[in-house]
Write a protein that binds this ligand. Sequence first.
Ligand code: NAI
Length: 241
Amino acid sequence: MDDDVILVTGAAKGIGLATVKQLAPHVSQVVLNVHHAIEADEWTALTAEFSNVTQLVGDVSDESIAAELVATVIDQFGRLDGLVNNAGITKDQLLTRMSTTDFTTVLQTNLVGTFNMTKFALKIMQKQRRGAIVNVASVVGLHGNLGQANYAASKAGIIGLTKTTALEGARRQIRCNAIAPGMITTDMTAQLNERVTDAALASIPLQRFGTPAEVAQAIEFLLYQPYLTGQVLTVDGGMTI
Ligand code: NAI
């Protein structure tokens, strides 16, 4: 673990940034993929706390950029031991009113982005005969959700992709698992109105939203538990019991 290089996508904030902070004390290098460069002040604060973080700007939904991101990690650090596919977006609307563009944009970022990064990282990991991938899905990918046909389809797709990656990676000891968070306090859930938030809270047995740090702990567990592969771990305060 001490020598490991881990790449976390969509790591500028929320669950991605919490995952960086969870991993940085335990590994050699954490590479943050960010869609747009992190604000200078925030980056100064992060690098003051952790000397072993680097940021790489790039859109994971673009195949050639995804290839470049993985190639840059290898050029700079010589290895890639872990990939956390966290980048994700929502564009909520009831299905009958959802534009095809909003459907495909969410699929392109969440599902195709995860596929792109997995494809290039897996090639490296297979050569190394070492590596682990954690995909950030959602409980919505297991159960669906009103107004989230695009998002639910993308997250259900990530679960299928996870299981297939686990099967194809296993011969070279590469593991792949997914995490399915419930309601977590990030900018993504801050967009929701009070009615939706209250209804969500009422459905959570632990009676609160989770924190990004709590999801990050579970992501680290999935990265390093050596006999776990092809699984989906829900981190949802009991929402899906
Ligand atoms: P967030 O909105 O705070 O973070 C999402 C990150 O992904 C941002 O840094 C954004 O710049 C990045 N991103 C978006 N498109 C990208 C692209 N094409 N290339 C590179 N980076 C890109 O949201 P949050 O909540 O931290 O979400 C992280 C992951 O967790 C997402 O996959 C989301 O679907 C998932 N999730 C979140 C839940 C929640 O309640 N907040 C629940 C279940 C899953």
